[in-house]
Each structure stands twice: as C-alpha cells, then as structure tokens.
Design a protein around this ligand. Sequence first.
Ligand code: NAD
Length: 336
Amino acid sequence: MISVAVNGYGTIGKRVADAILKQPDMRLIGVAKTSPNYEAFIAHRKGIKIYVPQQSIKKFEESGIPVAGTIEDLVKASDIVVDTTPNGVGAQYKPIYQQFQRNAIFQGGEKAEVADISFSALCNYDEALGKKYIRVVSCNTTALLRTICTINKVTKVEKVRATIVRRAADQKEVKKGPINSLVPDPATVPSHHAKDVNSVIKNLDIVTMAVIAPTTLMHMHFINITLKDKVEKKDVLSVLENSPRIVLISSKYDAEATAELVEVARDLKRERNDIPEVMVFDDSVYVKDNEVMLMYAVHQESIVVPENVDAIRASTRLMSAEDSIRITNESLGILK
Ligand code: NAD
C-alpha cells in the first residue's frame, strides 16, 4: 500500500483524491487546502482528512472544518505527494518535498524543469520508473501525446501540425473569459503546446497553434500527422480502436458537439460528468498516403487524472505500464 497526499484540492486535486480512494494499492492520507471554501466542506463531509498551512488552522476551525495537521505533517505522513496546486505554486513546495525526502508528482502548469521527467502513460511510463519527481503534462499535451504515441504504432510519426481550440475556463471559474470572442493563444506560432510535447518526445517535429473559445466544456484538436511510410486508413482506425484511453465515436450516434459528449457522460452517470478518454470522431480520420488527419475532443478537467495515478506507480516502481494502465482504467470506469 502506497500512502498518497494530495496538495491543492481544486479541479484536478479533488479528482485525483477520489481516484486514489479507488485504487487497490493506494491509501489517501489526506488533502491540503488553503481556504475553508465549499470544496473543503465537501472533502470533510466525504471523510477526507484536511491539512492546512499553520496560519490557516484557526480560520478552518472557526468554519467548523476539523484540521488534521499542517501541510508539512501531511507530507511527512505520506510516501508520495501529488501536487495539484495552481500554476507555479508546485515549484514553491518542492523544497518541502525534498526536505522530507518524499517523491512528488507535479502538474502541467509547472515548468518542465521542476521534475526529473515529463510524463504521458502511453508514451514514456518505463522511462519514469523510479523517478523521484514526475510532471504530468497539461490536458492538451496529454491528449496530443496519447494520440501521437498511438499512431506511432502503425509507423513512425515524423511530423505533427496541430490546431487547438481551447476552452476559456473550467465550469467553476466565474472570473475568466472571454465570453464573446475567439482569442489566439497567442497570436504567434508555435503555441507552447509543441514545446510541451517535446518535453516527452524530444526530437519530434511538431508545430501547434491555439485559440481560446468561449466555452467551459472541452477542448477540440485538429491534427495533421506525417508518417514515415504510407498507411491504410483501416490500420490507423485499428490502433485507435485498440488503444487504452482513446474512444472512437461513430457518427451514427450523432454526438459530435462537445455539449453532446458531456451529455453522454451525464447519461452514463459518470462522476462529475468526466470524460478521461480522448474522444476521436471516427469519420474525421482521413488518410492519404503517409498523411493522417483527425479531430478529437478533450475533457480538460479529467484527462490527466488516470495519468496521475499511473505516475504514482511509475515513481514508486509498483508495477509495469500495462498493469498500471489496466488497474487505473478498471478502477475509474474508463471505457478501455
Ligand atoms: P484549481 O485552482 O482548481 O485548484 C488549485 C487548488 O490549490 C485550489 O484548491 C487552491 O485553493 C489550492 N491552493 C492554492 N494555493 C495553495 C497553496 N499555496 N498550498 C496548497 N494549496 C493551494 O487549479 P487546477 O485547475 O486544479 O490546476 C492545478 C494544476 O493542474 C495546475 O498546474 C494546472 O495547470 C494543472 N491542470 C489543470 C487542468 C484544468 O483543466 N483545470 C488540466 C490539466 C492540468
């Protein structure tokens, strides 16, 4: 049993904490929160122990939320910390993880240098085995890497050009926009996503462009891949069909808009309407000689959750990639 702490209980942290509770080989020690807001109240109601900064103990107790200890106590009580604090805050916590000699999993909002390796379960699990500090790449990069590493199984991927239509905010974020505009992210090429993919696949020729759209539900990617050799469409569809964490959506279901995909998650009674799989529109897969084009949707709030669970197993050398991906998928109800 590996003892896990989650530092930062927001969009990603609450999902990772719930995922840890479902793993047969992991125990959730508790979560760290800085303010006694609704997320802290709900964690407490679920029976999750809450650790806070020393100076916040009084504030939490006055709000009726019992405190199990300080964030340092949480780190000390765990074998590994999943740091899901906001962008850049994880790097500030690294000295504490180092002081107590604890392994840590960081998120894509941190610079790649914060960790020994940037991680995508389908691409480089084996390279991450035993690494003390692992960074799970961002939601968009996770989707790009899953797709690229899967298509690479047909024949070598030589070049990738991708356009990312990115959601403006998560559903709970009331102060973010835009609400009436498409905003290049940024209006220069490449966007940072290409560099992030290169943090995992070092020498890949990849250029990305991104635009922010006024939606909260999902991102959508339009991707153009050049392969070393000519391929058949059926072979591309077959690897996508057989890959874990990628789902091919048939046009016969009439679910092409992100709102419809989220409705499917609601109808399936998925927790929080989450969709951790990359949702590829099967009719979008276009193959000409050595060129492959496709479109897929990415649920930003949940796609990195299974990756965090696998990163814990890789860091602590608990098991092989295949076994970890299978157990994570089964425990989280991921379609395959
Ligand atoms: P969030 O703002 O929803 O959650 C962050 C949590 O950390 C909040 O509960 C906040 O109260 C807490 N926090 C703030 N300062 C803290 C501190 N000093 N110590 C402990 N806790 C603190 O953020 P998020 O969206 O969950 O993002 C977390 C990380 O995950 C970021 O690196 C982000 O880039 C990455 N990420 C986010 C998404 C997404 O769509 N939201 C997707 C993939 C990766």
